[in-house]
Design a protein around this ligand. Structure first.
Ligand code: MN
Length: 137
């Protein structure tokens, strides 16, 4: 699948919710190189307030966070009319049978397992943002 070098410049903003600094750096570098703006937090509670305030176009959500679980973040965002349309991609090392369904049940739209591949992250980000904009138009 073609995932060309830097995409069209855009103001597409992605909220990265992740408490591992190396993962934050990697995700940020990949996404910014491809023309996305990033917002970063390591707190689930702050992810909820930032989502309401900054209206990101997509959220990459770690499930194991220092304060509240990512699944709880997803539940809160999907219960709020202001934020329920923002696609949420769970990015997590959980890989037990049933975990994927658990993330989807909590309101996540998709799931990428860690360690993630750059190609997979970009593909899922592009697909999620595109599907949202086509629904909206
Ligand atoms: Mn974590």
């Amino acid at each position: 699948m073609p995932t060309g070098a830097p995409q069209q410049p855009s103001s597409r903003r992605i909220l990265i919710v992740e408490d591992n600094e190396l993962n934050v750096k990697l995700l940020r570098d990949i996404l910014e190189f491809h023309g996305y703006e990033t917002i970063v937090t390591d707190s689930g509670a702050e992810a909820v307030s930032l989502s309401r305030q900054d209206r990101p176009d997509l959220i990459l959500l770690d499930i194991q966070l220092p304060d509240i679980p990512g699944t709880e973040v997803a539940r809160q965002l999907k219960a709020d009319r202001q934020t329920r349309d923002i696609p949420i991609i769970a990015v997590t090392a959980f890989a037990m049978p049933g975990d994927r369904q658990r993330f989807l049940d909590a309101g996540c739209d998709d799931y990428v397992s860690k360690p993630f591949r750059i190609h997979d992250i970009l593909a899922i980000v592009e697909r999620s943002i595109d599907s949202r904009s086509s629904v909206r138009c």
